[in-house]
Design a protein around this ligand. Sequence first.
Ligand code: GUN
Length: 299
Amino acid sequence: MTTVIDGKQVAASVIEAVKTASQTLEAQAGVKTGLAVVIVGNDPASHTYVSNKSRMAKECGFTSIQHTLPEDTRQEELAALVEALNADETIHGILVQLPLPKHLDSDAIIQTILPEKDVDGLHVVNAGKLATGDLSGGLISCTPAGAMVFVRRTHGADLSGLNAVVIGRSNLFGKPMSALLLAANATVTTAHSRTKDLPAIARTADILVAAVGRPQMVKADWVKPGATVIDVGINRIAAPERGEGRTRLVGDVAFDECAEVAEVITPVPGGVGPMTIAMLMANTVIAAYRRAGRTPPTF
Ligand code: GUN
């Protein structure tokens, strides 16, 4: 029987642990965890994501502040806001929602965030710590951290002897995901659009992670029988069967056919997606514990 991972349920368990951790920190050290989320412009999808993040932070018992800046915000204005949040002792985590409007330099802004408040794990210091195998000193990008929770719950913490293939090499996901799998002793291949015979490489994977942004690209004959398949794609496609002009969300994996071959698989929606916000909350409470000089919980 194939196991379909319930991302909402796993995310809820992480959120419960975050709530307990933030209550403990407040009771024992008098520190209330604080998250600041910054959004620039009017992109409706980004506004939905950001309000979900702000709402979840409140639910976790955090101080939750949101800065909504106009589309025509200048680089120096945004940088000045980040500097003010860096200096704010009540704020432990800063997230600048991406993508920023085109006239702004996202990378320069991300590198302005203090690494210890970079709950997105995108600062070069955090990326570098992960790349050198220092998993306990930095902050890890939320989506790969969430995908690793599934991997650990399926295979345990030690992946010795297992082959992992990550399809995708982005800084936001593919590279940190490969680094996390490697740190857990898996034998890791990072495949991408220039890889020769991708299906054959994918078939070597005991753990196959797809993050390419191409709807249902991974087919059943790409999957090794008994593999764990983690789908990080979120693609909106036309769904004429639901009525004219209707759409639906699908992943990078052709779910129905791959579920017949895999032993464990994540659905889209309801797989990795809910984990991203949960790990953002986890990173924020970890940052607050460190700032208070206390050993943070692990998730
Ligand atoms: N936009 C889409 N995903 C993310 C994310 O994980 N972090 C930020 N900052 N922006 C995003």
